[in-house]
Write a protein that binds this ligand. Structure first.
Ligand code: GDP
Ligand code: MG
Length: 429
């Protein structure tokens, strides 16, 4: 492993690690593994609606806002311009990690002055709207993400850099609060108190991260871009409106990171050996009843950010191929193969039937709503694969499953993850 990572560093790679599916593919786990050799890890979109669980020699960590690279001592971690940051949540996350023995200093954590602040009124708005929607709700995490991105595009946002000048910030907010109060009841003084409490704590980390990343690039440092969620949740190319409110695609990584002129050298897609989906919207391969319970239990499919039970299903070739294409993945890390070990037969959705017509293209809108899965069954491997460390250790049926998926989505699988721990993986040769 080490030689592969150092090769990455030697070539001064700009690499993105992104999700191929609906999110929760194990990106945090792969960033933790592959960040060795990269000096800088950068989150480029989203907020604390993310939940990345990482288990390594230091313990078990749940990261919502901080890049997963924070768990390696020799890294600098950047929260990029494309992010939305709830300051209170960030202070809490920093506290928790410090209690777990992770040192977080302004040398190791840099927050873009261009990232947007998620304020308490954004959370209020998010909750009010989900409740108003009732049965038609989008499945928001209720963390204020859609309202804060909405305000950004309405040009009514507060940026992290605004915290450095409280007087100007207060007059900007005064104006925004009277606008908000057309639909909401919120108090300028309450917001100023909140900003005072949490804003001052994160001030030491605020930086012109564009300048920092540009000079790191000039000095030939490797940068790893960490995405949140997956291709199917991208605001433009995902299952709108059951998407998140930001761009989860690799193409956006340089923009969201703060170096829009940079070109990625490598895109690693993280893809799960079966499907899971948090929230509402069409999920063609969804299992129900006992079948779903068994897979959910085997995979521990409960949201890291919210604790919500995730919807689960078999591997979806149609959706995953679309994910691979939209991400432009060079190769894949297939995760959670071990979870399938209990299955006699492994279901794989190879095509959809839409209005009586078979298709292998991922549809959108009402066509996707009406899509029915066409399922094939592969032989189960019925063996514990969690200790396998090379392809030769895997049962023949597991190898067949991996090769089948690889061919079906049209992208090479390079890593196969067989457990949540940092070293629980093998390289597919
Ligand atoms: P992310 O949002 O893409 O970072 O993924 P999450 O952390 O939300 O969800 C992945 C979950 O699966 C986490 O609890 C990981 O610890 C766990 N995990 C990751 N890879 C594997 C694997 O190969 N096998 C098993 N059993 N668990 C894994
Ligand atoms: Mg997650």
């Amino acid at each position: 492993m080490a030689h592969l990572c150092r090769k990455g560093m030697g070539k001064k790679m700009l690499t993105a690690i992104v999700g191929i599916n609906w999110g929760d593919e194990g990106k945090g786990r792969m960033v933790d593994l592959l960040s060795e050799g990269y000096g800088i890890i950068c989150r480029y979109q989203g907020g604390n609606n993310a939940g990345h669980t990482v288990i390594n020699d230091k313990g078990k960590f749940i990261l919502n806002l901080l890049p997963s690279g924070i768990l390696r001592d020799d890294t600098v971690n950047v929260m990029g311009a494309g992010m939305v940051i709830d300051l209170a949540h960030l202070c809490g996350e920093i506290n928790t990690l410090e209690k777990q023995g992770v040192e977080i200093t302004p040398e190791r954590l840099k927050i873009s002055d261009k990232a947007f602040v998620c304020l308490p009124y954004h959370i209020k708005q998010d909750i009010l709207e989900e409740e108003r929607l009732g049965d038609k709700k989008y499945g928001s995490t209720r963390r204020g993400i859609a309202p804060v991105y909405g305000d950004k595009y309405m040009k009514k946002g507060i940026r992290v850099g605004d915290l450095l000048d409280f007087d100007t910030l207060k007059s900007k907010l005064d104006d925004i609060v009277s606008w908000k109060n057309l639909t909401l009841k919120t108090e300028l003084n309450d917001i100023m108190r909140w900003l005072n409490e949490y804003g001052t704590k994160i001030m030491p980390y605020i930086d012109d991260t564009t300048e920092y990343l540009q000079s790191a690039q000039k000095n030939g440092k490797g940068i790893l871009f960490e995405a949140q969620l997956g291709a199917l949740r991208d605001i433009d190319y995902g299952i709108y409106p059951y998407t998140t409110s930001s761009q989860t695609l690799a193409a956006y990584a340089p923009i969201g990171a703060g170096i829009p002129g940079a070109k990625l050298d490598k895109i690693i897609g993280v893809m799960k050996a079966y499907s899971s989906c948090v929230g509402e919207g069409p999920f063609t391969v969804e299992m129900f009843g006992n079948e779903a319970d068994a897979l959910r239990e085997a995979g521990g499919e409960y949201g890291a950010a919210t604790g919500r039970a995730r919807r689960v299903g078999g591997f979806d070739v149609v959706a995953s191929r679309y994910g691979v294409e939209t991400q432009g993945a060079d190769f894949l890390a297939l995760t959670k193969l071990d979870v399938l070990s209990y299955m006699e037969k492994i279901p794989v959705c190879t095509a959809y039937e839409v209005d009586g017509v078979k298709t292998d293209r991922f549809p959108s809108g009402s066509k996707l709503m009406n899509a029915k899965p066409i399922t094939e069954y592969l032989d189960g491997f019925k063996a514990d694969v969690s200790k396998c460390r090379k392809m030769g250790d895997l049962p023949a049926a597991a190898v067949k499953y991996i090769e089948y998926i690889e061919k079906a989505v049209g992208c090479p699988i390079k890593y196969v993850s067989v457990g949540a721990g940092r070293d629980d993986y093998l390289i597919k040769d």
